[in-house]
Design a protein around this ligand. Sequence first.
Ligand code: PEP
Ligand code: MG
Length: 755
Amino acid sequence: MRPAFGGPRLLLRRLREVMAEQISAQERLDKIVVMIAANMVAEVCSVYVLRVDGTLELYATQGLNREAVHLTVMRAGEGLVGLVAQTAESLNLSDAQEHPSFSFKPETGEEIFHSFLGVPILRGGNTLGVLVVQNRAHRKYEEDEVEALQTTSMVLAEMIASGELSALALPGQEPAARRPLHLPGEGLADGVGLGHVVLHEPRIQVTKLIADDPNREMARLETAIESLRAEIDDMLDSEDVARGGEHKDILEAYRMFAHDRGFVRRLKEAIGTGITAEAAVERVQSDNRARMMRQTDPYLRERMHDLDDLANRLMRQLTGEKPTAREDLPENAIVVARHMGPAALLDYDRSRLRGLVLEEGGATSHVAIVARSLGIPTVGHAENVTSLADPGDAIIIDGATGEVHLRPTGDVESAYAEKVRFRARRQAQYAAIRDMPAITRDGVEIKLNLNAGLMVDLPFISETGAAGIGLFRTELQFMVANSLPRTAEQLDLYRKVLDAADGRPVTFRTLDIGGDKVLPYMDVVQEENPALGWRAIRLGLDRPGLLRSQVRAMLRAGAGREVRIMFPMIAAAEEFDQAKAIVERELTHLRRHEHRMPERVQVGAMVEVPALLFQLDELLPRVDFLSVGSNDLVQFMFAVDRGNNRVANRFDVMSPPILRALRLLARKGQEYGKLVTLCGELASRPLEAMVLAGLGYRSLSLSPAAVGPVKSMILELDLRRLAAVLDPLIEQPKEGGPSIRERLRHFAEAEGVTL
Ligand code: PEP
Ligand code: MG
């Protein structure tokens, strides 16, 4: 027969009193286990805490041998307790000794207890410890008892997460909840950032766990769910969503979850155990996360984010809290987000922002491009960081290596402080060579230009001593705006860019939108393969109104000066003719209206589509210059999506097929006497830039932070000696794979070239 079970509400009320008492952490834990055991009519109640070393330590017990407290330690995955921690799932057994994972700890005296119920202590889906009750008799705990124990474990989760228990631990054995974490990610924007976590979408802290009136909580939940459903319906009906697109699919999924009976039932059951509606949302979502984090299927993991979003919305319905404003950013803020658009990043106060960490987003995503142009160290693909980081946590990020150190130890902190000092010294060295031209030891000048796109980039021209702007990405102005920038606004920006360049050449690229570069205020056209779709110059030629007004703004901004215009994604020589005809037409228009004309107009094409490699003899006579967009060219040559991390790093660019194509472009340019610049991310990396110089490139366009490192590399380089090793490597790659990167690194080392 089932012994009388006190039910969770009474227990929760008593726990609340204990949590408020002015006693030591150990005394509090000791009281808690006694109360739980009594309430659950269990002979044993024990708390195991996950430690930084990955083991589980017995922190308190009622019923087992007290001497074992702080002595009994289980390895990760060891025994039933280890199993609960590892799977993050409850384990309910009437005969624990029979279970294959049972492991005997003689010091505890637990061999006489047959039944076992263990629940994970979870927070944000992460395991912090395990709570166990045991009985002598062979009994199977009822569903409501399991529920009750899970609810109780939330109180323990708060206690562990508060850091209160750390005082009870030896160094290196502290509770893992606040442990230092080293998360590997992908470096998106160079630089080291030291500071404190600010969550882009702050979690709503549940301050009140225990309900005063469960019926009221049930009613609050029902109202909140109704409002949530209405909110989703409204969003689905709203104009821009109704047109279709990915956003719509996500909202449809939200609607499905919000109506899912299982989801609502679990929330109600949690309230039934005596907690508030907010605590119920947190608990159900924490369980969901724990389960989904252990899934390997990326689709299911993606759904976890959707469920997180939904839970946050429900929480906001309950608390009436609005997403926070960006104004009151603390000093040294490192913003941590799941994902972010470029406009949101610009909302933050630049003077306080020290870094950005994203769970999603690759190197060529737009927020990464903007972060780079703002010089904000950024790391992407930092898995699960938004649930592991708490606001205010100390954090260090390294945008070069992609490392994130959350709650770093003193050692890590001082190592990075040293790194920052070292970088500052390097910066001073770069500043010293700022006004020197980039000339190799054997006397060849390589022009170093900047990639830019926003007003914030302009001071970099003088700060870096760049030769000019080799790629001005005009779409950035469009991407960060809330509505289509008018011609006057474009004209104003282009004028300011030319003013800031102060006579140095500036190459404007016409709008490169479509594909993954969507403008929030423009119709989204659904395409199977957006990277190969209606984008860039294709869109420009099919809807010439926008392209014309843009070209006109460029030409007017360049009154009395040189204007350089280039078109993205040209795939055929004839396409270039059509685009150039628009420039001619606008020039005629300006002349007719007696505007002041540019002194000189140069029109060029970007080489991003491999088909152009086989039309160079047709194309080169028509253009004034070429600019190689290696980001796109490489993605199309290898057929690897530049934004898809699973394939983006599959092939090394430093391998013969790409290098032969790049060499061909440089040689053909020389043959026709036309300037060929390379403006993809390749040029921003010293080893790659060294190779480009070796292939014959005399003009590169790079991110502002790369100018110093690339220039100092060039000053140390002897091009003749490089050419002697490079050509044979490209022609006959030796065994050891197609990449010639290692051999180039050896060359640089032997030559004393710093990469
Ligand atoms: C490129 O493709 O290399 C390039 C410079 O253009 P974007 O990165 O803007 O597509
Ligand atoms: Mg491109």
